[in-house]
Write a protein that binds this ligand. Structure first.
Ligand code: FES
Length: 899
């Protein structure tokens, strides 16, 4: 151990470093610098950026010994001591530049170094300085804005519905105080590591585990034999099929077979390759075609087909056969990794005969219910206390780390922590489903759709996860937001020996949109019709039945979205064509695509409950159990509640998710929290207001806070609200909202969702036809959100979703066993996301709180097809497989020339 002495945030510090131990480890473990976040431990993500001698470095790849005699500065120190950084953090809040907040310390520290040297940087300089820090949430644009505008004036905050108020939990994110899963465990917690299969399919057997544990000084080894309850978990009751620890056979590379637990120092040094397990690999099936012919993986799922989805309206085949023009195509997408910057982390402890699990999740109540079955404990014996979540996007709906630490803490009666390495995280947690899709469509001479048929096989991996949801949601949405008289969509989710595919922003709809929108472009070419006009002509509208026969009478917002794009479209198409007419190897293109998305569960109960109370001294407390994973639920739901109650937002105190004290607000998925939990918050606010008015005998009035809670009646008389002391709450309310849906019949006809959100996006880009590279110039994103509860957060969602759509279109593909890190798996950097024009359209929905619709998933659905449409406009290249890497673009250009 080498002793090192340095200055940490202006104060002398000392620590010990073993060998090449990394600075990030020493700062977090020994000096309590939890504002230094570790996202990859390999210098890829930059979340751990600190200043060493004034220069930004990745602390996760910097040997701690290099700090000897140097000044080390982290975000908390910079914020406390440097007025420039204090101003910069305010700018981040003002611009909504932090969403989940896990990358924020790295961004701010990098920006601080830039601004100290150059207080007035331009955009390219900001991009250069922040280029080493990855963000998966924001799409970077608001970060760039905040850095350039770091000295800008503070705007007055408007917390009412419609106000672009800064997020209520923003300060702790930008000041480095936010607590994520790996920041929470006590220092003396034991450490758990998971033993995983290195094979896609293998039988295995253990050697002498007791001898290994003794020799290595371990406290415990867990295998399937140690699970006291059900050795299985899943998210859909009829599809609970994934073992906590595999028994005898591991069905995907990365599957857990055992866990080892011991003291932190011992576990860091432990060589897991010596763990006594023998593997007997078997031939794997990694694609749906291979899996259909392989051995059956799960009982009752013949040919490894897990489930099927189906929607039929009219007679698609006859309509296509009689169409004036037809088009068809086959399309393919790969696995997409969520790539949140915070890997899975947390700890469990045994408290008074109960297990408490503390860490990141998107679904606290679902986690508790599954863990009760695994641990064989009543639900009341389990408490889920979520920390902040450093990005989720669907994957943190599923259990991953929780059963391991819960089992260990229950056995050892001691706190046990775990943090997944980046490779653990990427190899074992869910992905976006790879899809193989075939689309056929027809149109009349005038350009009206005349028949549409979609067939899709989705690789759902070794276990079900959210595969059934994807299989059922895609046939409903594969129509796009268009009017189809004759429609059929068939899907299959097929098991393979791949990592399970699950929920990822859109549940299969982004994949389907790639195929559907490309075939619509085919029809436009065949008809010689403008692509935007074709979409306008065929856009769904009020009074026209959807593909499932649902009719809306006033909330369909796709036409206004397309109309919002029209001026930019006409100008950009003209400019691109003028540019291309000059010749040369660079070609400009413009593309358009649409999307829609039903908010909440498909034809299933989907309730949220929100509780609130007023204390005897007039404090207003909101128990908000909807997980905020960066999207802004804490702020939006509080805004809706405050509006309904009739008080300023700043008067609302928030109690965050905790299964002991917040009612079930459901999972954070399917773009449901603003709509469903927002409605519950509105009803709770209204109920509490009614009680306040009743206590003062007022029919209406303005709630005030002068000398206790008051109501000023319309006649100007102020009444004190009589509030009893001595209880938790003098008055309280808890209200539930469950969206009205109806089951789908055997043809998929029914009311799957109460509310849809709509979007149309347009991409402008340049293709280098000699290299196949694509440079995006601008994305225009029109979104019908019903009512923008908080326009700044709406823009943040648009930017983040567009960035993920760019990744889907141009660079992302997870290959099991080959891309388990963030240098082989590429996500968009700050240099990859062009300016984004957000066009917020508000077609209010009668079901939505104050008219609001959901937004989270919608945003990336049209991005990839709009980009592919633009590449084709530029070059003629028809891309049928994403990502559109330069080699694929070049091949498609060649194919277009030869056609
Ligand atoms: Fe950047 Fe979440 S805010 S990763």
């Amino acid at each position: 151990m080498t002793k090192i002495a340095f200055t940490l945030n202006g104060r002398p510090a000392e620590a010990g470093a073993a060998g090449l131990e990394r600075l990030a480890t020493v700062l977090r473990r020994d000096l309590g610098c939890h504002d230094v976040k570790i996202g990859c431990d390999a210098g890829d993500c930059g979340a751990c950026t600190v200043l060493l001698g004034g220069a930004p470095v990745c602390a996760c790849i910097t040997p701690a010994t290099l700090a000897e005699g140097q000044a080390v500065e982290t975000l908390t120190g910079l914020h406390a001591t440097d007025p420039l950084v204090a101003q910069l953090t305010k700018a981040f809040e003002r611009h909504g530049a932090a969403q989940c907040g896990i990358c924020t310390p790295g961004m701010l520290v990098s920006a601080a170094a830039l601004l100290r040297a150059n207080p007035a940087p331009d955009e390219p300089q900001v991009r250069d300085a922040l280029g080493g820090v990855l963000c998966r949430c924001t799409g970077y644009r608001k970060i760039i804005d905040a850095v350039i505008d770091w000295r800008g004036a503070e705007a007055p905050q408007d917390g009412r519905v419609g106000g672009a108020v800064a997020r209520v939990d923003g300060a702790r994110k930008v000041e480095g105080r936010e607590v994520f899963g790996d920041d929470a465990p006590p220092a003396d917690a034991l450490v758990l590591r998971v033993i995983r299969s290195p094979h896609h399919l293998a039988r295995f057997g253990f050697g002498d585990l007791d001898a290994y544990a003794k020799a290595e000084g371990l406290d415990l080894i867990l295998t399937a034999a140690d699970v006291p309850g059900l050795n299985a978990f899943g998210v859909i009751p009829a599809f609970v099929d994934q073992p906590v620890y595999a028994e005898g056979t591991a069905r995907f590379r990365g599957e857990a077979v055992a866990a080892v637990i011991g003291p932190a120092a011992r576990m860091t040094a432990l060589d897991l390759s010596a763990f006594p397990v023998s593997w007997h690999p078997e031939p794997e099936a990694l694609t749906p075609e291979a899996a259909r012919a392989a051995g059956q993986m799960h009982e009752g799922r013949a040919e490894n087909v897990m489930c099927r989805g189906f929607v039929k309206k009219g007679e698609a085949e006859e309509a296509i056969a009689s169409a004036f023009v037809t088009a068809e195509g086959s399309f393919q997408t790969g696995f997409i990794e969520h790539a949140y910057i915070e890997p899975e982390a947390g700890f469990a402890r045994w408290e008074n005969g109960r297990v408490e699990i503390i860490g990141g999740t998107q679904a606290p109540q679902m986690n508790r219910d599954s863990l009760a079955l695994i641990l064989n404990l009543p639900q009341e014996a389990i408490r889920i206390l979520p920390t902040a979540v450093g990005g989720g996007f669907g994957s943190k709906l599923d259990l991953s780390w929780q059963p391991h630490v819960a089992l260990a803490a229950m056995r050892l009666k001691r706190p046990v922590r775990v943090v997944y390495s980046r490779s653990d995280s990427m190899s074992s947690t869910t992905k976006r489903h790879p899809a193989q899709m075939r689309v056929r469509a027809g149109a009349t001479k005038e350009g009206r759709l005349s028949g549409f048929a979609f067939d899709g096989a989705f690789n759902t991996g070794a276990y079900a996860s959210w595969g059934p949801t994807v299989a059922n949601r895609v046939p409903v949405h594969a129509s796009g937001p268009y009017a189809h008289a004759d429609y059929v969509a068939r899907t299959e989710a097929v098991h393979t020996n791949c990592v399970p595919a699950g929920a990822f922003r859109g549940f299969g709809v982004p994949q389907a949109a790639i195929a559907q929108e490309c075939v619509f472009d085919d029809l436009c070419l065949a008809l010689g019709m403008d692509r935007l006009e074709f979409r306008l002509l065929n856009a769904l509208d009020n009074g026209i039945p959807t593909a499932t026969g649902q009719v809306f009478d006033g909330a369909v917002g796709i036409k206004p979205c397309l109309e919002a794009l029209k001026p930019a479209w006409e100008e950009a198409v003209k400019a691109a064509e003028a540019f291309n007419a000059q010749g040369g190897t660079l070609r400009k293109g413009v593309g358009v695509a649409c999307g829609w998305y039903g908010c909440g569960n498909t034809s299933l109960p989907n309730p949220s409950t929100i509780r609130a109370g007023i204390t005897g001294d007039g404090r207003i407390v909101l128990h908000q159990g909807a997980m905020d994973i960066g999207q802004g639920a804490n702020t939006v739901i509080a805004q809706i509640f405050a509006e309904a109650l009739g008080v300023p937002l700043e008067k609302v105190e928030l109690i965050g998710p905790d299964t002991d004290v917040t009612p079930d607000a459901g999972k954070t998925s399917a773009s449901r929290q603003t709509f469903v939990s927002g409605n519950a918050a509105r009803l709770t606010g209204l109920a509490l207001r009614a009680e306040v008015l009743r206590l003062t005998n007022c029919a209406d009035g303005v709630i005030g806070f002068e000398g206790g809670l008051t109501v000023t009646a319309p006649d100007g008389i102020r009444h004190h609200v009589p509030l009893a002391e001595g209880m938790d709450y003098a008055i309280e309310a808890a209200e539930t909202y469950d969206p009205p849906t109806l089951p789908l019949d055997k043809n998929g006809q029914g009311v799957p969702y109460a509310v849809y959100g709509y979007t149309a996006q347009m991409a402008e880009l340049t293709v280098d036809t000699t290299l196949g590279t694509v440079v995006l110039t601008r994305i225009h994103a029109a979104h019908d959100v019903g009512r923008a509860i908080n326009p700044m957060l709406v823009e943040g969602q648009i930017h983040g979703g567009v960035a993920q759509g760019i990744g889907l279109a141009l660079m992302e593909e997870y290959i099991p066993g080959r891309t388990d890190n963030l240098h082989d798996y590429l996500i968009p950097t700050i240099g990859d996301v062009p300016p984004i024009t957000s066009l917020i359209v508000e077609v209010t929905d009668p079901h939505g709180p104050y008219g609001a619709k959901g937004l989270g998933e919608h945003v990336l659905i049209p991005t990839a097809p709009a980009i592919l449409s633009a590449i084709r406009h530029a070059t003629g290249a028809r891309i049928t497989r994403v990502p559109a890497t330069p080699d694929r673009v070049l091949a498609a250009i060649r194919a277009a020339k030869e056609a």
